[in-house]
Design a binder for this molecule. Structure first.
Ligand code: SF4
Ligand code: SF4
Length: 130
């Protein structure tokens, strides 16, 4: 459900967008691509998601060192603040505070394997007998 829009959304949000990084990855079309995502998800604090625009991302849950104890950016007014941060949530309602950006979200390898099975995808490698 969409939240009420406020002038100081970042103040009440607690810095949701500053607590992870996300890197775009290949969609899991081949066995190798599925295998890579399974490998990511076997690691602690690593998640994978699909955005509404159908781009896949690996997410590392780790807070930015510039996030202060109030959940605000300590370099907000600085020229050194990364441009990617400045652009995030620039348009009203375009950040995760307002609405979930996730079409799919996987926290565990089991969740992802169940998704692949439900999609009828062949992700298991054949084991060679000696
Ligand atoms: S840009 Fe959005 S997600 Fe980031 S701190 Fe502000 S309200 Fe929260
Ligand atoms: S530099 Fe500031 S806005 Fe960017 S992730 Fe870190 S705390 Fe958030």
């Amino acid at each position: 459900m969409e939240k009420e829009k406020t002038e100081n959304a970042c103040l009440s949000c607690g810095g949701s967008c500053c607590r992870y990084i996300a890197i775009e990855i290949d969609r899991p079309a081949t066995k190798t691509q599925c295998d890579h995502i399974r490998w990511y998800l076997l690691h602690e604090n690593v998640h994978v998601f699909l955005e509404h625009d159908n781009k896949w991302y690996v997410e590392f849950r780790t807070p930015c060192e510039k996030l202060d104890e109030n959940g605000l950016c300590s370099i907000h007014q600085s020229k050194t603040r990364p441009k990617i941060c400045k652009n995030h949530g620039e348009e009203e309602g375009s950040c995760e505070f307002y609405d979930s950006p996730y079409k799919l979200y996987f926290s565990t390898v089991k969740e992802f394997e169940t998704y692949l099975d439900n999609q009828g995808k062949e992700w298991r490698w054949k084991v060679k007998n000696c």
